[in-house]
Design a protein around this ligand. Structure first.
Ligand code: ATP
Ligand code: MG
Length: 356
C-alpha cells in the first residue's frame, strides 16, 4: 500500500502539547497494522518561527505542503504576534490555496461528559460550514473616518458555485452515511440578496440531485433555539461561513466543549491536501501546564484517516476515545478531572492496543 504522507504543523501553545499525543497515536497505529506506512513530517511554522524569520512559513511553504496527502494542524496564536499575522499568513493561505471550501465538524454526545442541557440527549450530527466565501469576505471599507456620519460596509459574497459545491459535499456525506435529512440555516427573509441565492441553490441541489434526501430550512434565530431544544433531531446541517461558525461553537458547547471538538477543512475534489485541526485555539491561559485535553486533536487525526480512506483506523481511534471516557478514570480538567494531557493520550493509546 502507498505510504500516507502527512504534514504536521503543531503551531503554538497547547497545539504543541496536544499534537505530541496525536503523534503517539500514529505510532500505535503503525504497530497495529504492520502494512501501514505513515510518513509524517513536522513543520515548526508558528509564532516563534515568525519572530525569528519574519514570516509564518517559508516562501515555498505552500508548494511544500502540496506534496502531502493531508495536513494535521494543532493551533496557532501567541500574544507577541498579531492575530492578523498568524491567521492571514498561515491558516488562511492554506485554506485558500488548497480550496478547502468545506469546514466539517461532527457534534456527538459522548459517555461520561456532562452537557449543559438538563435532559441528556443522544446528539449525533455533522455541520458543513462554507469555508471560503460568504460573510467572511475582504470586500468593504470605511468612509468618513472620525466624522459623525462615519460608516462601515462589509459585503457578503456568495456564488452559485460556492453554494452548490458545499451542499453537494454535504449530500454526498449524507448518502454515504445513510442519513435522510439535510437542515439548512438561512435568513433570507431579511438578508434577501445573498441568502435567497443560498436557499434557491440549496433546494435545487438537494431536491433535484438527491431525491432520497429531504430538506428542511430554518431561519438562523429559530435554528439556534432548536439546537438547544431538540439537537437529537439533526443529521447533516449546511450553513454559510458566519452561521456555520456560530452553530458549530454552539454544537461544541452542547456536547462537552472545545477540548472534545475536532474539525476538518476539506477540499472535496481531492486535488489538494485537506487540513485537520481541533476547533480550539492555542489557549495561552493553560499552555505549558500539561493539562490541555488532547481528544480534539486526536479525533482530528481520526477525521484525517477517514478522509484518506482508512475508516478502519479512524474507527479504532474514535472507539478508544469513547471507551476511555466511558470508563471515566482518566479525565482532563476541562471535563471535570485531574489527569494530564499525557495521561489522557496514554489512556487512548493503551485502549487502542486492547481493541485490536
Ligand atoms: P482563539 O483565539 O483561536 O479562539 P484561544 O487561544 O482564545 O484561541 P480557545 O481555543 O478559544 O483559545 O479556547 C478558549 C479557552 O478554552 C482556553 O483559553 C482554554 O481555557 C479552554 N480550552 C480550549 N481548548 C482546550 C483544551 N484542548 N483542553 C482544555 N481546555 C481548553
Ligand atoms: Mg478564543
Amino acid at each position: 500500500m502507498k505510504p500516507l504522507k502527512i504534514a504536521v504543523i503543531p503551531g503554538d501553545g497547547i497545539g504543541i502539547e496536544v499534537m505530541d499525543e496525536a503523534l503517539k497515536v500514529i505510532e500505535v497505529l503503525k504497530t497495529l497494522d504492520p502494512n501501514l506506512q505513515i510518513e509524517n513530517t513536522v513543520f515548526p511554522w508558528n509564532s516563534e518561527y515568525y519572530l525569528t524569520h519574519g514570516e509564518m512559513m517559508p516562501k515555498d511553504g505552500l508548494t511544500t505542503l502540496q506534496q502531502y496527502d493531508a495536513i494535521l494542524f494543532g493551533a496557532i496564536g501567541d500574544k507577541r504576534v498579531p492575530d492578523e499575522v498568524t491567521i492571514w499568513e498561515l491558516i488562511m493561505p492554506i485554506r485558500k490555496q488548497f480550496q478547502q471550501y468545506v469546514n466539517f465538524r461532527p457534534v456527538k454526545s459522548l459517555p461520561g461528559i456532562a452537557s449543559p442541557l438538563s435532559r441528556r440527549k443522544n446528539i449525533d450530527f455533522v455541520i458543513y460550514r462554507e469555508n471560503a466565501e460568504g460573510e467572511y469576505s475582504n470586500s468593504g471599507g470605511r468612509m468618513f473616518n472620525g466624522e459623525q456620519r462615519e460608516l462601515a460596509v462589509q459585503n457578503t459574497v456568495m456564488t452559485r458555485t460556492g453554494i452548490e459545491s458545499l451542499v453537494r459535499a454535504a449530500c454526498e456525506y449524507a448518502v454515504e452515511h445513510s442519513k435522510t435529512k439535510i437542515t439548512s440555516a438561512t435568513k433570507s427573509n431579511v438578508i434577501f440578496h445573498s441568502m435567497k441565492l443560498w436557499d434557491e441553490h440549496t433546494s435545487a441541489i438537494v431536491n433535484n440531485e438527491y431525491p432520497q434526501l429531504s430538506l428542511e430550512s430554518y431561519y438562523i434565530d429559530a435554528l439556534v433555539a432548536y439546537f438547544v431544544e431538540r439537537p437529537e433531531s439533526f443529521e447533516v446541517v449546511v450553513a454559510s461561513n458566519l452561521f456555520g461558525d456560530i452553530l458549530s461553537d454552539l454544537g461544541s458547547a452542547l456536547v462537552g466543549g472545545l477540548g472534545l471538538s475536532p474539525s476538518a477543512n476539506i477540499n472535496p475534489e481531492g486535488q489538494y491536501p485537506s487540513m485537520f485541526e481541533p476547533v480550539h485555539g492555542s489557549a495561552p491561559d493553560i499552555a505549558g501546564k500539561g493539562i490541555a485535553n488532547p481528544i480534539a486533536q486526536i479525533w482530528s487525526l481520526a477525521l484525517m484517516l477517514d478522509h484518506l480512506g482508512r475508516k478502519d483506523l479512524a474507527k479504532i481511534i474514535v472507539d478508544s476515545i469513547v471507551l476511555v471516557l466511558q470508563k471515566g478514570d482518566v479525565k482532563t480538567a476541562d471535563i471535570g478531572g485531574t489527569s494530564s494531557t499525557k495521561q489522557m493520550g496514554e489512556a487512548i493509546c493503551e485502549q487502542m492496543k486492547k481493541l485490536v
